[in-house]
Design a protein around this ligand. Structure first.
Ligand SMILES: [Zn+2]
Length: 388
């Protein structure tokens, strides 16, 4: 018998999740028949007696509004094993757009699971930050995918993105083409330091300089990092109080395990190896920035919470990167078990601005003039201050 733990209506008093004080709360709902779908046949319909709204079982499922059921776990595994969208689509006999749609859905669950862990976490290790240069749409729009990574755990803490201006030597016709493209769309000035500052601002959700242990941030010698640090008031203050230190490492040092930038170098290698769009000379490059970031979030879900920290052949159980970072498995185990089935609700898990930008698809795609599409049900009732 279906029994929801909460009412899906964000303005209902029964919308919040059961608490420790009230774990066995009964939601007052009644069965009122069913509605028919072509996907799964008849779906029972219910009404919440507290708010009067009706809902079906599918309201709580990751496949809410989907017109076809696809196996999320197989699709996810194929994705993080290096298959591109077309290849997965051929495997599952559907269109590449359907695969992107399912990865978008999964990425939203990944954001909420990750936020749930970070919100209650105090960082227990130093951090490395780096930007990985790839491109979106075409090679005239290089980007930086910026990640903060745990120095001991290789746990990915945060993600941000910046589109850059194409640099380097170009032939005259390439210069002319860049000029034409830039007359249509050009990245704003200072976007890289703004993107890093945005990423580093999120540290405040899991590191408090006044109470937690001092932190060291390792980066390469790119001049953008000191600029970005100065843009974040609490980090600027922490630097002056010596709670935070910034160590810059030459990128020319051998990329070994002993190199303090090993976690960032390791992530660069893993992303290049595992994600089709980041393979060298790939023809599966990202066409839409937000779609690319959705896929990266699906990779974060796998890397942080599913993949063993180190794989030794023959051994059965190894902790995930999250556990090595000090996040107990009890905090995410239940959500992880349901990540391919249930729809996690944004209105029960407020996001920090870094994750809101990803959820609301706020990153701009070069040359794209139309607004990004985001289904209304994904944010209906969300009232965080930074919502547009
Ligand atoms: Zn209700």
């Amino acid at each position: 018998m279906f029994s929801p733990a909460f009412c899906p209506n964000p303005s209902c008093v029964y919308h919040s999740l059961p608490t420790l004080e009230n774990p066995h709360r009964t939601v007052p709902f009644v069965r009122i028949g069913f509605y028919h779908t072509l996907v799964v046949g008849n779906v029972p319909r219910y009404r919440c007696k507290a708010c009067g709204k009706t809902f079906g079982v599918r309201t709580f499922q990751l496949d809410y509004y989907a017109k076809r059921s696809l196996p999320y776990q197989s699709l996810h595994q194929a994705f993080y094993s290096g298959q591109n969208l077309s290849s997965i689509a051929r495997l599952l006999h559907c269109s590449p757009a359907s695969i992107q749609n399912r990865l978008d859905r999964l990425s939203r669950n990944a954001i909420l699971l990750h936020q749930l862990c970070l919100r209650t976490h105090q960082i227990q290790e130093d951090l490395t930050a780096d930007g990985y240069e790839r491109f979106d749409r075409n090679q005239f729009f290089p980007n930086n995918i910026n990640l903060t990574v745990g120095k001991d755990s290789q746990f990915i803490y945060g993600i941000s993105h910046a589109t850059l201006r194409r640099k380097g030597t170009m032939r005259p016709e390439q210069k002319a083409k860049r000029k034409t493209l830039e007359s249509q769309w050009k990245p704003p000035r200072g976007t890289l330091s703004a993107s890093f500052a945005f990423l580093l601002q999120d540290l405040s959700s899991f590191w408090n300089p006044s109470f937690d242990s001092p932190l060291t941030l390792y980066t390469d010698e790119h001049p953008v990092y000191p600029i970005a640090l100065r843009k974040v008031p609490f980090l600027k203050h922490a630097l002056s109080q010596k709670h935070l230190s910034h160590t810059r490492i030459s990128s020319k040092l051998p990329r070994t395990v002993q190199n303090p930038l090993f976690p960032s170098n390791y992530m660069d290698r893993e992303l290049t190896k595992d994600i089709a769009a980041y393979h060298r000379e790939s023809v599966c490059f990202v066409r839409n920035v937000n779609n690319g970031l959705s896929r990266l979030l699906c990779y974060l879900l796998y890397h942080n919470y599913q993949k063993p920290y180190r794989i030794h052949w023959g051994a059965l159980h190894f902790p995930s990167h999250a556990q090595v970072a000090g996040i107990p498995s009890t905090r995410f185990k239940k959500k992880l078990e349901r990540v391919y089935d249930e729809r996690f609700f944004l209105t029960q898990n407020p996001l920090t601005p870094l994750w809101e930008a990803l959820w609301f698809r706020r990153y701009k795609t070069p040359l794209k003039m139309n607004e990004e599409y985001l289904p209304k049900y994904t944010y209906k009732g969300y009232t965080q201050a930074s919502i547009k």
